[in-house]
Design a protein around this ligand. Structure first.
Ligand SMILES: [Fe+2]
Length: 404
C-alpha cells in the first residue's frame, strides 16, 4: 500500500506467458475493491487454489463482559497469562464491528501458516523481534514495530526471544492517513514519517518443497484449515502496492507546537471508523503560558484506548508499562487533579504509548473483566477515600502523562 515494490522475477508485462524451465507459472492478482483498488501480482510455481484436504472449521467465540457501570477503566495487561502461538495466542480484550484489539504473549511457534481472509492486521511489537515469513518474502521485525499485514497475506512468525504484541484486526483497510499524502500518494513534507521509514519484505525466498502444509484462514467469523501439498511460499516474483510492511514507532516524528497539539497530530494509521496514534518522546509545548498537558475533553463520538509501552508513569497512580486506559464515549476526561498545575514548565515527555480511537462503542470481554482495576473511575475525585474493598485511598497521584 505505501508505494510500488517488486521482489524476485516478473515478466516484462502483465498477463503474458511467464515460464520456469518451460513450465507456465501461475499468475495471481491479489487486489482490493474489485480490480480498482491496490493490488499486487504474484507468480507461483503451483496454483494457490490447489487444496489436498479440507480441514476443520473453528468458529470464533467471544465471551462478552457487560459492566454494571459505564465508567473510565484501567486494565493492567502486563501479567496477562502467556500461551498459544502468534495467532492462537491472541486474547481478545475489546472489540466492535470495525476493530478487534487483542493481547498476545505467545509461548509456542507453529509450523502452520495463517492468512486473514477477512481483515487487515496491525501487530504492534511491544517486546521481541524476529521474522514474519510471508508469501511476499521475509519481513524482519523488532521491538517498537507496527507490522501491517493486509488481508490475503499468507504468513507465519519466526520469533526471536520473548514476544509481546498488541494486535488490531479490522474488516476494513489499514491505511496511511490521506492528509499525509499528495495526489500521487507520496508522503508530504509535513507528514510525521516518510517512505524511508516504511519497510517492505526484505528478501524473497522461493520455497520448492512438497509435503503436507497446513494453512489456517480466517474467514466467515472463524478459522478454516486447509492442507495443501506444496509449500505456500512458492512465489518466484511479485510486484505492486499490496504487501506487508513494518513501521517503527521510534521513527514517528512528533509534531509539537507553542501550545497544545490535539491528538490527530499523533495519528499513525487510518482504519474504518478508527485511528491508531503514536505518542512518542518529544518536547512539550513551549509558550511560557502553555499548559503542556491536555485540556479536559469529551469523547462525544469516540472511545479512546491507550496502551502504555514505556516511559515513566511511576508518578501516575496505577499506570504501568502494559497498562491500558479506556475512556468510553459520553464522558469527559482529562488530567487528574493537580496534574495540570504540576505540568507547567515541563519541557519534555519520555512516554511511548499507542492509542486507538474508535468512532463506535467498544465491547469488552471476560478477559477485560479480569484485568480491570475497578478504581480508575474514582481517580479524578480529589477527596477520594478508598472505595469499598480497596486498600489504597490515595487516588490523586498525579503523574506526568502528555495525553489522556
Ligand atoms: Fe483523550
Amino acid at each position: 500500500m505505501p508505494m510500488y515494490h517488486r521482489l524476485g522475477d516478473v515478466p516484462r508485462k502483465r498477463h503474458i506467458q511467464f515460464r520456469e524451465n518451460g513450465t507456465l507459472l501461475t499468475e495471481e492478482v491479489m487486489g482490493l475493491e474489485g480490480f480498482t483498488g491496490n493490488e499486487s501480482i504474484l507468480y507461483h510455481l503451483h496454483s494457490p487454489c490447489r487444496v489436498k484436504e479440507l480441514g476443520p472449521f473453528e468458529p470464533i467465540e467471544r465471551e462478552e463482559w457487560v459492566p454494571e457501570a459505564h465508567a473510565h477503566r484501567l486494565f493492567d495487561t502486563y501479567e496477562v497469562e502467556p500461551g498459544g502461538d502468534e495467532v492462537t495466542g491472541r486474547r481478545l480484550l475489546m472489540w466492535n464491528d470495525d476493530v478487534e484489539i487483542s493481547l498476545c504473549r505467545p509461548t509456542e511457534t507453529t509450523e502452520a501458516f495463517f492468512r486473514n481472509g477477512e481483515g487487515d492486521e496491525v501487530v504492534f511489537v511491544h517486546e521481541g523481534s524476529g521474522t514474519l515469513e510471508t508469501v511476499f518474502g521475509e519481513l524482519p521485525y523488532r521491538e517498537g514495530d507496527y507490522v501491517v499485514i493486509p488481508r490475503g497475506t499468507t504468513y507465519r512468525f519466526r520469533p526471536e526471544g520473548e514476544q509481546r504484541y498488541l494486535v488490531f484486526e479490522t474488516p476494513g483497510l489499514v491505511e496511511i492517513p490521506r492528509r499525509y499524502r499528495n495526489d500521487s500518494g507520496q508522503l508530504l513534507e509535513g507528514a510525521p514519517y516518510y517512505h524511508r521509514d516504511i519497510h517492505p519484505p526484505a528478501r524473497l525466498n522461493t520455497v520448492r518443497e512438497r509435503g503436507d502444509f497446513h494453512v489456517k484462514v480466517r474467514v466467515r467469523g472463524g478459522y478454516q484449515t486447509y492442507v495443501v501439498d506444496y509449500h505456500p511460499f512458492d512465489v518466484v516474483g511479485w510486484d505492486g502496492y499490496l504487501y506487508p510492511w513494518t513501521f517503527s514507532i521510534h521513527d514517528f516524528e512528533p509534531i509539537t507546537g507553542r501550545i497544545h497539539q490535539p491528538p490527530p497530530s499523533h495519528q499513525t494509521f487510518a482504519g474504518r471508523n478508527f485511528v491508531i496514534c503514536s505518542f512518542c518522546p518529544r518536547r512539550l509545548d513551549f509558550d511560557p503560558e502553555a499548559v503542556p498537558i491536555p485540556y479536559h475533553h469529551s469523547n462525544l463520538q469516540s472511545e479512546e484506548m491507550i496502551y502504555y509501552v514505556s516511559g515513566n508513569f511511576g508518578s501516575r497512580k496505577g499506570v504501568n508499562v502494559g497498562s491500558i486506559t479506556l475512556h468510553p464515549s459520553g464522558l469527559p476526561h482529562g488530567p487528574q487533579p493537580g496534574l495540570a498545575e504540576r505540568s507547567i514548565g515541563l519541557a519534555e515527555t519520555h512516554e511511548l504509548a499507542v492509542m486507538c480511537d474508535t468512532f463506535h462503542p467498544l465491547r469488552l470481554t471476560s478477559l477485560a473483566r479480569g484485568l480491570d482495576d475497578g478504581r480508575y473511575a474514582y481517580s479524578w475525585y480529589e477527596n477520594a477515600t478508598a472505595p469499598p474493598g480497596t486498600a489504597d485511598g490515595d487516588l490523586t497521584g498525579a503523574g506526568v502523562t502528555s495525553h489522556q
